[in-house]
Design a protein around this ligand. Structure first.
Ligand SMILES: [Zn+2]
Length: 109
């Protein structure tokens, strides 16, 4: 991969990382433990807990994505970026274009 391309993907990854981090910061409150407030009814409490579960699930996925981004940036430094983690063949440009943090090629994924 040429360095122009690499820098382009690096830029995308860093932007993505910033966005996800901002999202995580913003959703921190939503995923905090629901107080068992007796002033709200049982149903709204269940609602609140369900919303919290969804917020936690989203955060978990975002944290995993942050990890994938960090790994992709590390691979850039090691000059293995864009190569499939399994078969070591180059990952198609189209695939990297859509998700620059992808680890495996279409065939291996
Ligand atoms: Zn592969």
């Amino acid at each position: 991969m040429d360095s122009d391309q690499l820098e382009k993907y690096r830029g995308q990854l860093e932007l993505l990382r910033t966005e996800i981090q901002a999202d995580l910061d913003a959703s921190k409150e939503a995923s905090e433990v629901v107080e068992l407030d007796t002033s709200i009814g049982r149903l709204s409490r269940m609602d609140a807990m369900q919303n919290q579960q969804m917020a936690l699930e989203l955060r978990r996925r975002q944290e995993q994505q942050l990890q994938r981004i960090a790994n992709a940036l590390k691979r850039m430094d090691k000059e293995t970026y864009g190569l499939c983690g399994k078969c070591k063949q180059p990952i198609s440009k189209d695939r990297l274009e859509v998700s620059p943090d992808v680890v495996m090629c279409v065939r291996c994924a």
